[in-house]
Each structure stands twice: as C-alpha cells, then as structure tokens.
Design a protein around this ligand. Structure first.
Ligand code: ADP
Ligand code: MG
Length: 700
C-alpha cells in the first residue's frame, strides 16, 4: 500500500533516485523499496537498529553469556564430533580463559585452518554458556591474524533493519556511498538561529555519526534512542509531521464555512430528552457551538469514554446545521453502528419532523437512486452511513457539518479524503471527529495536530463499574453456569468471540461453532448469533430481538464492539482477550454496565499467557478509566497500536518514537509555530524530506 502511494509521487528535482547509486539495479531497488527506501536521502535516513562493537578485544576471562564480543585467542586443539549431525569444535585460549567455537557447517578449507594448533584467531560473536558448562560461540565471524591483519575497527558496526534477500554489507555499502555526499543530499533546512538556540548539530554530521559512530560512542545511548544525534533527527521528523498537519489545518481554515448560528431547534431537542446533559456534555457542546458560529470550518476532535454520551452532543450539533436549512452527515465505521445511530436519530428527531436517512452500501437499485435524489435535492436533512456516504455518486444539496464517529477506525487518510469530499467551491463543511478510544494528550497533540480537542470527562450519573475478572479457559464450565444464573434472574449476556483468524469468514465460523456449543450446554436459553456476514436485515433482527429481551444470550464477533445499547445486559464473556487491544476490550466491556444493575466482564483466556499479556489484562481488571487504559496500552504496545495506524500502515515514523520522544513535543509545537510564522520557506522542504516521499497525507 505504502509502496503504491509512493510510486506515483514524482521526485523533486534535487532528489536522487536510489537507482543512481552504484550497484543498485532494478532487483535491488525493488528490495530497497520494500524497506521504504526510494531515494539516496532515504538511505541516509535509514538508521541502524543497533550496533556491534568490533573496536575492542575482550579478554575471555571477562566474557558474559548473552553479550556480543570480539576476542583474540590461540587454537589449542580442534575436533569433529557428533554422530548424526557432525560439528566442528575448536578450543581456544587467550591466557585469561578458554572458549569453544562451534560450527555446524564448515568447508574442508575452514576445517584446515581452524585446526592448526597455535594459530591466532580474531572472532566476533554472541557468547553462550555451553552444555558442558564453559563458554562458547556458535558460528562466530573468524579471521586468522597474520602480520598484515589490520588493527581493530575504529568504529561501531551498524546493523540495519533489513528484509529478505538484503544483506547487511549491501546496506553498509550503500550507506557509505551516500555518506560521502551527506551535505549535498541533506542540506540544513532549519534556520541557523534555531539550530544555535536549540543546540542542534548539523544534520549531515548527525547522520554520519549514527551510521558510523566512533568506537567510544556510548552504545546504550545509541541503541535506546537517547543519544543527542538520534534525538535531533527525531525532533526534525516530529516537526515535519506537525507542520504537515498544521499546514493542512490552515489550508482548511482558510476556506469559508456556513455559520450555523441558530440554536433553537437544538434547544428544543435537548429539552425533550429524558435526561439532562452532564456538565461535561454541556461544556463540550458550548465549545462546538462557538466553532459552528464562525464563517470558517470547525475542525474539532471530541473525545469521550465509552458511554459518556457523545451521540447526543453530535445530534445537537447536527440540528444547528438543519436549522439553517443545510444538511449534516454522520459517518460510522461499521454498518451496525451506523444502523444504531440511525435508529437513535430517528427516534430523537422524528418527532421534530426531520428526515434522517440511512445510506448503506447494501442499498442498491431504485431505492438507492431515490434516496440519493432526495439527498441531492435537500429533502433529507441528516444522512447516516458508513464510508459509503462519501462515495463519488453521493451528492448533498448543502452539507454544512460532517461528523465522523469512532475516528480511530479510520486512518488519517480517510479523514482527510472526507474533508476533501465536503469541499465545494471554496466552501468546506464543519467537521466533528468523535472517538471513544481516548488518546493520551501527548499523542493527540501530534497525531491530531490539525484538530482542536474537546473532552467529555464525566459519565452520566448512575453508571456502575463493570467488575472484571481474568479466568483461564479450563474454567469454562463455571462461566457457563454463571450465564445460566444471570439469565435465570432475568438478565442478559454477551459472549464475544474475537478475531482468531485474520479472515472474517473464519471469525464468523468460530462464532457459529461457539453458538452451537453453547446452545447444547444451555438448552433452556434463547441464544442469538450476530456476525459480520449476516445481512443487515438479519443483524438488525437479531439485535432488535436481543434488545427486546427475546434472546437471553447473544454470541457475537467484535462487530458489537461499538454501538449496541442494551441496559439489561449485565454479563459479558470475551474469549481470547489477549488478542485484542486494551482500548478495544474496554470498548467491548462498555456494552455492559449501561443500566443500573451490577455487571461483570469475564476475560476468558487460553493459557499459557505471556508476561506482557498478563499485565495487559490486569490493567483492565484494575482500571475503568478509558484514558488511563489507553495510556497504559501506549506504554505496553506503542503508539501504532493505540492509534490504530499499525493496521493502516500510516504515519510510520522513521526515527521518532512518540512515546520515548514525547518530551520533545512542546518544543516541536513551538518550533512549528515559529517556522510557519517567520520561516514559511522551510516548511515544504521539511515535510518533503520526512513525509513527502512516504504517506503524503499533507496533500491528499
Ligand atoms: P458514547 O459516548 O459511547 O457514544 P452514547 O452516546 O452511545 O455513548 O451514550 C450512551 C448512553 O447514555 C445512551 O443510551 C445515551 O442515551 C445515554 N446518555 C447520554 N447522555 C446522557 C445523560 N446526560 N444522562 C443519562 N444518559 C445519557
Ligand atoms: Mg458512540
């Protein structure tokens, strides 16, 4: 995907294609492309993952198992051992201790020189404890020391991220070539004043140090990413991302948007609700309304934990568009969720005489034509759907507000494509992005730098914590008994079978099998099944039956993750929870505990669980605050997972790590302000260097 995007982007005149490097033909170029390397600059920014230290000789007596080391020693004796599988053992000594080299593959020539008692060898490899209790190296790199053998390396040896068919020496070779021209390939883009102020070294010097660090460079600092050289590049990269989103924001904000001033319809709607808004909902709605009154497009991210009541806020905002005679569109990530929003909106707004349409991908033929016609004529005020809403064939009479629910399921690209779609003759709709995956502040400031943020940090009154337990699979029968008890008391339960296989078909199959088994074990219960392969009608029918209490147990895939609101459901079982993200589990769990009854969630895992998996599930047991959960998830799994970008392959940072480098963010933001204001010429080249050739979401 990444490759395709990038292929069509012409190189800038000053950029040099990677094929201009010596030794790079079409085949190698293809392999390099797989690493995201297209230009000579890319090679410079492809930094080593780690380093090997061949600059020192370690006395054998000082070796530690597990470390990589270089030794020099004399051959004491050698022998071939093993019956079915022959191997060569070569015993060495350097006066401080003994070490054995073990080779499973060896040529007769190698055997010959490794067997010469008294020969001196220099070896580099990983030290291990052998079965016999001594120290050994398996297949070390070895050379014989002759009179003309050069002294040890003056530099650390870089080990690069590689891919199949690409050798380290090829990458080293390419790095050497481009380093010769580092100054020309990576000109300084930051103003000299700024470099001095922030105490940043020149970029060419920085990359040279990272590719070929002098032997005395602290290895640990280099490898952990704390070395100033690495931080300097991380800073520039984060700056480029920040600039790209900020520039995008400015481009959007320069366009005109219809001011949505009238709040009377919205007020009438709120007065009719069976509850009053929480203080947090009111505050957030005020922030949104203030934006909507402006003649510039709103760009706002609305964050709020599961069940915090984002939908009502969205509906109130939509009514401001409707009140001025314009339209609003609400996009949800799944059909099921779109359907639920549609039902809610219809119930809420039908009384006000409004027409709410549900546009699904499954709607075809005449019915679809009719609906599209009414949408284009402005006869429908609010349209709800999945991304099908924004296909080319869909036209709005006057779209004034776009609401995107559960944004984390959409990539940044999709968000920006949507923005593009709504753009019309220099006019742009207001945008409200909602997410229940609370994004830690630091992350939000970088990944959503183009948006203002509002947070609903309070749940409606009367909500109870969902008691969460972590239970191994062999106690399944107990759990089944618990379901029986709960349902006997008139409660309802969910049984969730998450993704076991990648394919949706297999996932549905797993859910089907589980439903059959549970039907056998709980014959007195009425059990329903919902998964992604059912038709929309069938799904809706099952959900409606569950909601109406006609079904007691609902077996489901993760399609129920977002959406469904059944206050009487008090028990949720999640199988294989270790395969899901914490935020996703928290979402799922949010399906219970919606009423005033005590609820619980059982995480039914299949042992053995890794240590990390254990601590992850423990987080869920202890913690009920979505923000805190997201923060811990971030620590345990990294930003790619939390933002959902790992799947879409987007916004992959080359050097920076949003977690490790988050302390840079404030400076990054200030610097972005400064550059946009005082040095606008720097902006484009910076974006181009770091993102330009990658996923160019700055210019969707
Ligand atoms: P989410 O933020 O997860 O999308 P929803 O908008 O689906 O949450 O709201 C969850 C439930 O809470 C819905 O049934 C909604 O009607 C209800 N709700 C929303 N706001 C309030 C409130 N202020 N008081 C009571 N219930 C509310
Ligand atoms: Mg919601």
């Amino acid at each position: 995907m990444k490759a395709e995007v990038r292929d069509v982007i012409p190189l800038k005149p000053k950029q040099r294609s990677i094929t201009t490097l010596k030794g790079v033909g079409p085949k190698l170029a293809e392999r390099l492309r797989r690493l995201g390397l297209y230009t000579a600059e890319d090679v410079l920014l492809h930094l080593p993952l780690r380093y090997q230290d061949r600059s020192r000789i370690t006395p054998i007596g000082k070796l530690q198992p597990g470390e990589e080391a270089q030794i020099e020693a004399t051959v004491v004796n050698s022998q071939i051992s093993g019956r079915s599988r022959r191997f060569l053992l070569c015993h060495l000594s350097d006066g401080t201790g003994d070490l054995t080299l073990r080779f499973f593959h060896f040529s007769p020539a190698q055997q010959q020189w490794l067997s010469q008692t008294g020969a001196r060898l220099r070896c580099f490899g990983e030290v291990r404890s052998s079965y016999a209790g001594g120290l050994e190296m398996i297949h070390p790199e070895c050379r014989r020391i002759e009179l003309d053998t050069p002294p040890v390396d003056g530099q650390l040896t870089p080990i690069y991220p590689a891919t199949a068919g690409l050798q380290q020496f090829t990458l080293r070779n390419l790095a050497e070539q481009v380093l010769e021209q580092a100054e020309a390939l990576l000109p300084e883009l930051l103003p000299p004043m700024l470099l001095a102020q922030l105490n940043l070294s020149p970029i060419a010097e920085t990359v040279r140090l990272l590719h070929q660090p002098p032997a005395d460079t602290p290895l640990a600092e280099l490898e952990s990413g704390c070395h100033p050289a690495r931080r300097r590049l991380a800073f520039e990269e984060m700056l480029a991302h920040q600039l790209s989103l900020r520039r995008l924001r400015e481009q959007t904000r320069r366009q005109a948007a219809p001011p949505l001033a009238s709040g009377s319809l919205s007020q009438r709607f709120l007065e009719r609700l069976p509850f009053t808004l929480t203080a947090a909902q009111q505050r957030v709605l005020k922030e949104i309304n203030a934006d909507l009154m402006q003649p510039r497009p709103m760009l706002r991210l609305l964050q709020g934990d599961v069940g915090s009541g984002k939908t009502v806020v969205a509906a109130a905002a939509a009514l401001r568009a409707v009140a001025t005679g314009a339209q609003a569109a609400l996009m949800a990530p799944t059909e099921l969720l779109a359907e639920q929003h549609h039902r809610n909106f219809r119930d809420w707004l039908g009384e006000l005489g409004l027409d709410v349409a549900w546009l699904t991908g499954r709607l075809t033929g005449k019915a679809r034509q009719l609906l599209l016609g009414r949408l284009a004529a402005g006869e429908i005020q609010i349209a709800i759907g999945t991304h099908a809403l924004f296909q080319e064939t869909v036209e709005f009479a006057e779209l004034a507000l776009v609401i995107v629910d559960e944004q984390h399921r959409f990539g940044v690209h999709q968000r920006l494509a949507l923005r593009e779609k709504g753009r019309n003759e220099g006019r742009c709709p207001h945008q409200l992005i909602m997410t229940a995956t609370p994004i830690p502040r630091t992350l939000a400031m970088s990944a959503y730098a183009d948006l203002d943020t509002s947070v609903i940090d309070e749940l409606p009154p009367g909500r109870r914590l969902v008691k969460t337990v972590v239970v191994p699979d062999h106690r399944r029968n107990e759990i089944i008994e618990r379901i029986r008890q709960a349902c006997r008391k008139g409660r309802q339960a969910y049984w969730v079978c998450p993704l076991i296989e990648e394919s949706e078909a297999l996932q549905c199959q797993a859910a089907t099998v589980t439903a059959e088994q549970l039907t056998g074990l709980l014959p007195e219960l009425r059990i329903g099944l919902v998964h992604g392969r059912l038709s929309a009608n069938a799904k809706e029918a099952v959900m409606a039956a569950f909601k109406a209490g006609e079904l007691e147990l609902l077996v489901a895939t993760t399609v129920i993750e977002v959406g469904v609101d059944v206050p009487n459901a008090s028990l949720m079982i999640i199988e294989n929870p270790e395969r899901l993200g914490l935020a996703q589990l928290h979402q799922l769990r949010g399906r219970v505990g919606r009423g005033s009854i005590d609820s619980s969630c059982v995480l039914l895992y299949r042992p053995p669980l890794s240590q990390v998996a254990h601590s992850r599930l423990a987080v869920l047991r202890e913690c009920h605050d979505g923000f805190e959960i997201a923060r811990r998830d971030l620590e345990l799994r990294g930003p790619g997972e939390v933002l959902g970008t790992r799947q879409t392959g987007e916004q992959s940072l080359r050097v920076a790590d949003l977690l490790r480098d988050q302390d840079l963010l404030n400076v990054v933001r200030h610097t972005a302000d400064l550059l946009l204001r005082d040095h606008p010429d720097c902006v484009e080249p910076l974006i181009h260097r770091w993102i330009g050739a990658g996923t160019r979401y700055g210019e969707v």
